[in-house]
Design a protein around this ligand. Structure first.
Ligand code: NAP
Length: 309
């Protein structure tokens, strides 16, 4: 069956696009991907989304957005998109279960945590190496862990890990953090957190599970081995745009390129959220971009109707 509007991705951009599109009677189909909610479903606490003065968890916010999208008639498909053809209209979207056709598409596939790409990282993923403190922090009760990175995620998740771990060492490649000053202050005041500055992780080693990281000081070249049972990696993200290579315009980092109205280079295909935004990357901005994409999709679909008449 040909759909009017198909939305790929269920993070704040996709779910907000669905709320707006459903309220405009476009009967959107939203293909969720493997994790409903995307990155926020892996976030322990959300403190900066307007309207929620009491902290709520990422999964709680996802559930509320999903309910709101469904209340107005969004249909959810709990499937993963495997291929798209955006060069021929109607657009074709294949999932692990079905094939869909749509007259307009909003891409909100988000971004994935970046890997360190050092020896031992792949081998010990799930055996001490993690990209999600919310998911795995509990397993590190009374243990020593390291966090790699100096942005909001590294510091926020490092703070979260102090609930469980004995000691949290944050290893950062520079001598100042990129993270928000409020988070920095909390981390500096936390007796369980220690910073290791100007340092890169070169190798993760162990025996079945992680036992140590090998590091290098970038200023004096000194190598060191730190005993640790957990390595939490928070060094930024890579946009999930593999499906669109050779079809949609991307920048040098692989993010989808849109104009100010969320239009990609193909009329009828829109992008919203972290798949096309590497600057703001907040829940509220992704939601805003999702709203804009849905409003533009509505206009585009109306213009198709005008052309037919
Ligand atoms: P980010 O801001 O891009 O920070 C990545 C950190 O990893 C930087 O400190 C960077 O170092 C470091 N890094 C990058 N590549 C590295 C490598 N190969 N080896 C070692 N270190 C490396 O990423 P993020 O912390 O995930 O945050 C992403 C976005 O989400 C940001 O816009 C952030 O504001 C937002 N966010 C907001 C909140 C919140 O508001 N509470 C929470 C989480 C995330 P340099 O500093 O030297 O570049």
């Amino acid at each position: 069956m040909e759909r009017q509007l198909l939305i790929i991705g269920s993070g704040p951009a996709g779910l907000t696009a669905a709320i707006y599109a459903a309220r405009a009677n476009l009967n959107p189909l939203l293909i969720t991907g493997y994790v409903v909610g995307g990155q926020i479903s892996l976030t322990y606490e959300v403190e900066n989304y307007p309207g929620f003065p009491e902290t709520l968890t990422g999964p709680q916010l996802v559930e509320l957005m999903q309910k709101q999208a469904e209340r107005f008639g969004t249909e959810m498909a709990f499937e993963q998109v495997t291929a798209v053809d955006l060069n021929t209209e109607p657009f074709t979207i294949k999932t692990d279960a079905k094939e869909y056709q749509a007259r307009a598409v909003i891409i909100a596939t988000g971004a994935t945590p970046r890997a360190l790409e050092v020896p031992g990282e792949k081998e010990f993923t799930g055996k001490g190496v993690s990209y999600c403190a919310t998911c795995d922090g509990f397993f590190f009760r009374e243990k020593d862990v390291v966090v790699v990175g100096g942005g909001d995620s590294a510091v926020e998740e490092g703070l979260f890990l102090t609930r469980f771990a004995n000691k949290v060492r944050i290893i950062h490649r520079r001598d100042e953090l990129r993270a928000d000053p409020i988070l920095q202050q909390r981390a500096f005041n936390n007796p369980k957190i220690e910073f290791i500055w100007d340092t890169l992780v070169r190798k993760i080693s162990g025996d079945g599970t992680v036992q140590a990281v090998e590091t290098e000081n970038v200023k004096n070249g000194k190598a060191a081995t730190l005993a640790t049972e957990g390595v939490f990696v928070y060094i930024g993200h890579t946009p999930n745009t593999q499906l669109f290579v050779d079809q949609l315009k991307m920048d040098e980092m692989g993010y989808l390129v849109t104009d100010q109205r969320m239009h990609t280079n193909i009329p009828g295909v829109f992008a919203a959220g972290e798949v096309s935004d590497h600057i703001f990357r907040q829940i509220v901005t992704s939601a805003g971009f999702g709203c804009m994409a849905a409003m533009e999709a509505e206009k585009y679909l109306a213009s198709l109707g005008d052309r037919k008449a």
